[in-house]
Every structure is written in C-alpha cells, then in structure tokens.
Design a binder for this molecule. Structure first.
Ligand code: SF4
Length: 160
C-alpha cells in the first residue's frame, strides 16, 4: 500500500513536532517541559555557542570576547555579528500560537506569563528546540526571521 506524506513548513522551516496539552492545543514539547527545555538550551550553549549570558552588557564591552568568537565563526567583523540576533533568525518563532504555548508552559501562578515573555523577549527556536531570547544568538543563525503571524500567514498561503 502506498501513502503520501505532507510536510508543512513555515517560511521553509519545518514545523516542530507538537505535543497536545490539557486544552487540546498542540505545542512543541520543550515549551511544556522545563527539563527538556533546559537540556536543549544547554546543548545550544555547549554545541552552538548560544549567548551572550547578558546581552545588556554589549555596550559596555564586557561581551566583546563572545561577539568576536561569533564574528570569527561567521567570517565577518564584530559590527556585523552584533546585527545577527535570534530576533532576526529564520528559526525564531514568535507567532501568537507559539507565544500561547510558551505562556501555557510557564503557567500563571500569580503573575501573567505573557509579562515574562515580554520581559525576556522570548521566542521558540525551531532549530535547537528551546525557548531563546531575542537579543542572543548562536552559530546556527540564519537570516530571514523571525517567524511571526505575518510570515506564517504568507507561508500558509504559499502552500494552499
Ligand atoms: S538558531 Fe537562531 S533562533 Fe535558534 S538559538 Fe540560534 S540564533 Fe537563536
């Protein structure tokens, strides 16, 4: 017996494996499981140089070693490397659906999870499968992001 497999992608990015939660919504497992998220985040740091630890120190020069390393990996200069962030990476998913998933995973024990998302400027990395922050980067960065509601809608139109 033969069958057809349909793979849907967002702007060329394969949609992550989804896990159904209590409300019937599907979300990437790492958005719902903090241990899995931390495991994947550690791999992003160890294997893909995800950082810097505190992007707020960029202007002080304290992150220069980090950005020099990223610049070397991208074969460019520090000024260009500083323009490459999760925020404009093709793997950075900040769609409303994904923010709902992240909020659901954080929970609302007394505080609004969307405030935490906004404060950290958090999205979901489709490549490395963890919650990452817009002002960081890793050496798997690819231009063309982020994946947002607008690009998702355009992508869905492309395949219909
Ligand atoms: S692949 Fe892109 S979104 Fe994911 S951690 Fe690296 S720079 Fe950030």
């Amino acid at each position: 017996m033969s069958g057809i497999t349909l793979t849907i992608s967002l702007g060329g990015m394969p949609v992550d494996k989804m896990k159904q939660n209590d409300e019937g919504k599907t979300c990437p497992p790492a958005t719902q499981d903090i241990d899995l998220n931390l495991e994947n985040r550690k791999e992003a740091i160890d294997e893909y140089d995800y950082g810097p630890l505190n992007p707020g120190l960029d202007d002080s020069g304290q992150n220069d070693d980090f950005w020099m390393k990223i610049a070397n990996e991208f074969n460019t200069n520090v000024e260009a490397a500083l323009e490459s962030r999760c925020a404009n990476c093709a793997a950075f998913n900040i769609t409303s659906d994904m923010q709902d998933c992240i909020a659901k995973g954080i929970g609302d024990d007394g505080s609004d999870p969307y405030d935490a998302i906004d404060a950290g400027d958090i999205g979901y990395c489709q490549f490395l499968k963890f919650k990452c922050a817009s002002q960081r980067v890793c050496n798997a960065w690819v231009s063309g992001g982020p994946i947002d509601d607008e690009s998702q809608s355009a992508s869905e139109k492309d395949i219909l």
